[in-house]
Design a protein around this ligand. Sequence first.
Ligand SMILES: Cc1cc2nc3c(=O)[nH]c(=O)nc-3n(C[C@H](O)[C@H](O)[C@H](O)COP(=O)(O)OP(=O)(O)OC[C@H]3O[C@@H](n4cnc5c(N)ncnc54)[C@H](O)[C@@H]3O)c2cc1C
Length: 384
Amino acid sequence: MQKTEAVRHAEIAGAGIGGLATAIALAKRGWSVTVHERASTLRTFGAGIYIWSNGLRVLKALGAYEQATAGAHVGPQFHTRDHNNTTMEEIPINGPADARLITILRETLINTLVDVARQNKVEILTNSAATGATPEGELFLADGTVRKADLVVAADGINSAVRDSLDLLMYRKHLGYGAIRMLIPRAVGDVPASDTNRYIEYFTGTRRILYTPASATDLYVALCCSADDTAGLKVPSDRALWTESFPHLANLVARFGDAGRWDAFEVVKLKRWSKGRVAILGDAAHAMPPYLGQGGGCALMNGLGLADAVTGAEDVASALVDWEARERPMTEHTQDTAERLGDMNFWPDDIRSQVLKITGKSREIGAERMRTARHIPTAANLDV
Ligand SMILES: Cc1cc2nc3c(=O)[nH]c(=O)nc-3n(C[C@H](O)[C@H](O)[C@H](O)COP(=O)(O)OP(=O)(O)OC[C@H]3O[C@@H](n4cnc5c(N)ncnc54)[C@H](O)[C@@H]3O)c2cc1C
């Protein structure tokens, strides 16, 4: 039942993709919103990010699409290559019948969301760490303040303090794998000219290199390896070691910068996505390994879906239960598919190569993998 009343207020922990998207979506629906960010600035680290059609549709609905995608790289295909640099799979993208995929800098995405949030009168407080919440709608801050709200959103990332204060974690699974991410300038000669604009994931043994143009001038590189590959996960990365694994990428490896950030891949599942007036979303609720490039996409979709569910609802707590019922199946499909894709990290090269060359031709497997990208998010804008 719709309720017309005084402006409702939301307190959000975390100014990442999930928290900012939720803040914008709520503010656009008439809510007053305060976002608390633990860090002293709203800057993010140097890396690129893949955004598929589903995420682009949410950005459009938030009024963030034009700014976020200005200068984006739009690749023609996504290739998966084996240890001999032979293509195992080619995923067509951005054609008339394909899912869309663009890549941008994380900084561009966060800066855009911050700008759009402020244009919509969202208050963003830095140096403001949340420590917990109550189902009645209180958010506790590290400085001892208690903030009261009609809705509290925990978007405080994989180590969410707010989630844990409510005992909502079902499990957190370490996948024994991770990545170092870095940004370097694009240059001629890293890969053959025919590959320059492609997105390419190269496999050798348990190591992968992900090659991602992220603008006309920026190249995003992810070096992925097992969490016990102590030589592989060293930052600055060991160029001799990575050249030995990927001799066909020697030019690129020689240009690796000294900066880089290692993140281990994990899966997070919750008992419930809400308790009373508190909703949990983004990595705090549904972290996943990045093999589909959809962790951020799911945070965007669930933030918009959340704002749609609670706006005008008589009872915020039951609207949050409905929100979870509507959104969780697609998110769990995405998490489970991404987790399965990681299994092949540990397969012998020849077997992985043979299997992927066969599965890469399967329409059914391809459709399952693209289901999230092709999904029409709740309340999203379709004309992108
Ligand atoms: C290697 C790698 C590659 C990836 N590639 C992609 C990709 O290409 N496409 C994609 O869609 N997704 C990708 N992802 C996933 C994506 O980055 C995450 O799903 C997304 O960033 C989650 O956003 P979030 O807002 O939930 O959390 P976060 O980005 O973690 O943001 C949480 C925010 O909360 C703040 N915070 C933390 N604790 C507190 C507190 N107690 N109080 C207040 N603030 C707090 C943090 O400082 C941070 O700003 C990738 C992930 C990894 C690891």
